[in-house]
Write a protein that binds this ligand. Sequence first.
Ligand code: MEZ
Length: 542
Amino acid sequence: MSAYPESMQASIRKLEETRLTRAREEIPMLSLKGRQELLQKFHPDYREGGRREIKAGVNKGERVPNELADLFEGRSYLRPEAIDLTRVRDEVDVLVIGGGGGGASAALFAAELGARTLITTKLRFGDSNTIMAEGGIQAAVGEFDSPALHYLDTMGGGGFHNLPNLVSALVTDAPMILEWLARLGVMFDRNENGGLLASFAGGQCRRRVHSAADYTGMEIMRVMRDDVYNRGIEILEFSPAVDLLLDEQGRCAGALFVHLDTQEYFVVRSKTVILATGGIGRLHIQGFPTTNHYGATADGLVIGNRAGAKIIFMDAIQFHPTGTAYPEQLLGLLVSEAFRGWSAQLVNGEGKRFINELETRDITSSATIREVSDRKNGVMTPTAMQGVWLDTPLVELNKGKGTIHRIFPHLFHRFHTFGIDIMKEPILVYPTQHYQNGGLFINEGGETTVRNLFAAGEVSGGVHGKNRLGGNSLLDIFVFGRRAGVLAAQRAKEIKLGRPGLDHVVSYEKELERAGVLKTHLKAPLVLPDYRYEKALTKVHH
Ligand code: MEZ
């Protein structure tokens, strides 16, 4: 018996009727012009009224999503005048803020160089978008692949906006990072000869995504956490950073924290600081659901901006084409792009394909939005959510029986819990907020425009241009985590700690006030998402 309600089954029957002919159908990739038109008409980044200018600080004039602009206009989490900056809990060489893959790798490489290193994290060590990553990590190690091809794909995927020096660092470090992870003990999928298995993601000319089934991030974090614990690196959990501290010369010199249980604040002084606070999915840009973990509330961007770090491409948000649209309990959760790499097709309510599934994410998501909102070919759920089908049984048909159990055990189990057998029935999907393509501007060493402040992973920007390719995020956190960790540890050797202060917070707020946009009722960073109002879950605009 199907777990889908009768109202959704008519379209499943249409999908089944067309499956065998569809399986052989070729849909050409769109022309550059066709892509541009589709984006401009249907991608949420281009929606009228979705973004506005920042009115104060170093990023004045930049356009960012309204939800982030609100936080940039909020008040500091703690009133600077009430802070006793002598309440110092720790004094270290390298302070790493964030407990995902970027933070863990930065800390490992800094500690390796002898730096006294501290990791702080808002929730538990490992709670992050890294641990939720499904599909895998890119690295050009295949026989007919090269970093040069990886470079071209990444630039093309980002609309050629990407900063070339960062892309070059990304793709040339990638094989070394993959080997480092494998040596640490990450159990990547391998073929019968022991070689690394690789699959396609959108926008790639070669199979280049390496996975550990469909829980690659979980497997990587298992190993990362062990290594951090084994090396005795200190970790402070449940301790969000609520502001950065700058010395008399405007260099980063530590951070101010609040303990989530006690609400007491404390200071960590540090010669260098690495922000690895992750993404912003829990701001639910334009009401979209998200794939992100609970702590993804833009904290690093908020405190980095306030401290004077430049941002780049923060107008570009990534909506992953295959967020779950049914059942409602799974709304927005990721259904890996790897499914499309393994031949699953996107199918509308009439049983027809509407886009080549290996177009980049911005294009595929825009095509789905067009299918639902403009062409009215979506499939409606009983709670009026709409989506299109991801024809997962095709994977078993094309790639052989048992492929889903082997490659997608986690997703099989997740849907099975709700009575849906994805080997026999499709999954209803709709774009979901997945990633911020931009972030804090960094150089190849991971340093931001504030001296001694580094950033790694999703909080940083530039490398992905305006649209990241699948598998480049698990890669970027380790490439730039390592680079930031190494440079911060080296730099720390030359630094004499200055006197940390919060004057920059006071002057930023004054500037907001003068511009008439200070939101006195809103504390920033948000720290935890706010689900008390209707804004959060099902308010997707079709
Ligand atoms: O890099 C990603 O975001 C990725 C590979 C996600 C996925 O679809 O699995």
